[in-house]
Design a protein around this ligand. Structure first.
Ligand code: NAD
Length: 419
């Protein structure tokens, strides 16, 4: 399956987005110097004994972009295309994202350049534990709290939590979020990102005078974020006409039976071959004549080469950085309403924050409490961003960056400079 990802440097994109918002906020050069770049970046070698007996060295990273408003927070990605620049970009976005939803965290990100699809559970566990040891000086519940990202999950977090706790001598569940419930995970964390995406789509529809019932939707990337968003949209009466994963794209103009697609994906690991669907190409999915497009896979999937083909009315960025700046300008100029990543997919980190609060208090909430609080946070953030968009007449992405960067700038100004 050809991929639509093109080689565009995600970190350059993050810096460009920062400059645009900082200009709109008229931030001083002093403040920019203090908040623009990562505070700390660590590159580590991770040697792992593979199942066939040989030792393979993986390169891995942890970047802490900001701890101005609280401990650094961000996921860990396992993917063959992980680079230091990608990790730095994702860490930067985490800082603004946490500030957009107004939770007391800064931004971080980690990644291991590996191909998890071709590794056994044993190899993944050994790699995760050694990676955890390598980044141990940086992480901790008051310092930097990892979470799942692409191709990492609650099991990965359990291994990190166990490795960290063993070195300290007592259980420390608050060192990671996205853990299994039995280890201090939060109810509702698994579906939090997709649920947050759904709430922001609800807000966007309301703002644009569109009804979700009957709206047509295409979802690129049928993993954690994409499949849950698809499921909630389906339950709300939207027609999810196309979904894709790395193995293929499926389409049914009358709407796919999303619970059945999820069932098949769980059983087989892929969506292609789903009955009552036809196969389409990745570019055809992006170009579908639908109301809502949800890119929920990787960054830069909509770029200068294919942006003009996008026909959706709303693009909800469940993934981080799915639009290049050129694509962004193209969609904006055609009046397509973009729900930017740092707002759209902030549900995950919001419930991560709830999980961390519960771990720190040793007191756990009902699922409905989590959903209600998440809905409140996401809808407040959407309203805050929309207000800046309307007041300042700027695109939603710039408005979101202005909100997030503005809050970090305010905090750093009050804290001052050490020493
Ligand atoms: P995941 O691993 O659960 O799912 C990723 C999905 O994308 C998989 O189904 C994979 O097959 C598919 N995919 C990969 N390459 C593709 C391609 N070229 N075309 C179509 N599909 C492709 O990951 P996830 O947690 O759902 O993360 C997806 C995106 O959402 C990432 O950008 C991630 O950074 C972002 N995100 C996730 C969370 C979270 O809590 N999970 C939070 C915020 C942002």
């Amino acid at each position: 399956m050809p991929t639509t990802v093109v080689a565009e440097n995600a970190y350059d994109l993050a810096l460009e987005n920062f400059d645009t918002a900082a200009d709109s906020l008229e931030l001083s050069q002093d403040i920019r110097a203090m908040i623009k770049y990562p505070e700390r970046v660590l590159t580590v070698s991770v040697p792992v004994r593979m199942d066939d007996g040989h030792i393979h060295r993986f390169e891995a990273y942890r970047a802490q972009h900001s701890s101005v408003r609280g401990p650094a927070k961000g996921g860990i990605r396992y993917h063959p295309q992980v680079t230091l620049d990608e990790v730095k970009a994702l860490a930067t976005w985490m800082t603004w994202k946490c500030a957009v939803v107004n939770i007391p965290f800064g931004g971080a990100k980690g990644g291991v350049t590996c191909d998890p699809k071709h590794m056994s559970q044993g190899e993944l566990e050994r790699m995760t534990r050694r990676y955890t040891s390598a980044i141990l000086p940086l992480i901790g519940p008051a310092q930097d709290i990892p979470a799942p990202d692409v191709y990492t999950n609650s099991q990965t977090m359990a291994w990190i939590m166990d490795t960290y706790s063993m070195t300290k001598g007592y259980p420390i569940p608050g060192v990671v979020t996205g853990k299994p419930i039995s280890l201090g995970g939060s109810l509702g964390r698994n579906e939090a990102t997709g649920r947050g995406v759904f709430y922001t789509i609800q807000c966007a529809c309301e703002h644009l005078g569109m009804t979700l019932k009957g709206a047509t939707v295409a979802v690129q990337g049928f993993g954690n974020a994409g499949s849950i968003a698809a499921q909630l949209l389906h339950e709300a009466g939207a027609k999810v006409v196309a979904v894709s994963d790395s193995t293929g794209c499926i389409y049914n103009r009358n709407g796919l039976n999303i619970p059945e697609v999820i069932h098949m994906k769980t059983l087989t690991g892929h969506v292609n071959g789903f009955p009552e669907s036809e196969a389409i190409t990745p570019d055809a999915l992006l170009a579908l004549d639908c109301d809502i497009l949800v890119p929920a896979a990787l960054e830069n999937v909509v770029h200068a080469g294919n942006a003009a083909t996008v026909r959706a009315k709303i693009v909800a960025e469940a993934a981080n950085g799915p639009l290049t700046p050129g694509a962004d300008r193209n969609l904006e100029s055609r009046g397509i309403f973009i729900i930017p990543d740092i707002l759209c997919n902030a549900g995950g980190v919001t419930v991560s924050y709830f999980e961390w609060v519960q771990d720190e208090q040793h007191l756990f909430w009902e699922a409905q409490d989590v959903y209600n609080r998440l809905e409140r946070v996401m809808k407040t953030a959407f309203r805050d961003v929309l207000k800046i968009r309307l007041d300042r007449k700027v695109p939603m992405r710039i408005a979101a960056n202005m909100l997030g960067i503005g809050r970090v700038a305010e905090a750093v100004q009050i804290r001052g400079i050490y020493p």
